[in-house]
Write a protein that binds this ligand. Structure first.
Ligand code: 1GP
Length: 253
């Protein structure tokens, strides 16, 4: 485990809508936890999941990856180290531009929620507290340039993806992520199926400062190694953590 996310090579994606394994000790072997899912996510289940993990592993970085502003509150912003927000290149335009403008519009308009319902609701105080809360959120936001490469995944349905990118397009999206958008993370997402190293190799050639994450279908240490050898900074392991914590341990080299 490392406390610097930029040094992470093994990441666990925890779905707040799925039950956590009874014994969380396996998370002692991962470098970063991302709490997010594509179905039935709420602010309450997100917060409960983050708090359960940070209570057991106070040094482990934990990010919240919301797909709606309704998942975000001052409590989740306080509890998570970062708020990672996917921008999906091969999704519909709503998932690259509109959704994010809507997200920040919504966040900017809910100072009372962000500051907590117990605060006295008096004009300037709430407004200034609200602005502080929005500022705190903005400081934690981290954009992820995303390419979703499994059409059958919930991630594809959620982000309006109906076309896969060629490796050349993945390389172009990676180059744009670092040189144009300046996002700190580029994420090759095969959620639910193992995509192999080809897209990772294509993306890695253009990434120096931007971290390259690969997620999807990792079940064995050999796959983790293949993806890291292809140039990824980190693999993201999801389903198997919920399904079988013993087999999850097999994803760690
Ligand atoms: C999902 O990339 C992650 O967002 C991990 O994928 O669930 O297939 O491991 P899996």
């Amino acid at each position: 485990m490392t406390t610097d996310w930029r040094a992470a090579s093994h990441i666990t994606k925890v779905d707040p809508a799925d039950p956590l394994p009874g014994n969380l000790s396996v998370l002692g072997h991962t470098d970063l936890v991302i709490v997010g899912g594509s179905d039935d996510v709420t602010e309450a289940n997100t917060l409960a999941t983050i708090e359960r993990i940070t209570a057991e592993f106070p040094q482990l970085p934990v990010w919240q990856e919301p797909y709606s502003g309704s998942h975000v509150s001052s409590d989740t912003v306080d509890a998570a180290d970062r708020l990672s927000v996917p921008a999906v290149y091969n999704g519909d335009s709503a998932n690259f531009v509109d959704k994010h403008v809507d997200f920040f519009t919504e966040v900017g308009q809910k100072p009372a929620e962000l500051t907590g319902a117990s605060l006295p609701v008096v004009g300037d105080l709430v407004q200034s507290k609200g602005r502080d809360a929005v500022t705190a959120l903005s400081e934690k936001v981290l954009a992820e340039g995303y390419v979703v490469q499994n059409l059958d995944s919930k991630a594809a349905a959620e982000s309006g993806v109906d076309t896969l990118y060629t490796p050349e397009q993945v390389a172009g999206a990676a180059l744009a992520t670092e040189s144009f958008f300046d996002f700190p993370v580029f994420y090759v997402e095969y959620s639910g199926t193992y995509g192999g190293p080809e897209d990772v190799e294509a993306a890695a050639q253009y990434l120096d400062d931007t971290a390259l994450f690969y997620g999807g279908g990792i079940q064995r240490a050999e796959q983790t190694e293949e993806i890291l050898d292809a140039g990824a900074d980190a693999v993201v392991v999801g389903d198997i953590f919920h399904e079988d914590p013993d087999r999850y341990l097999d994803t760690i080299p």
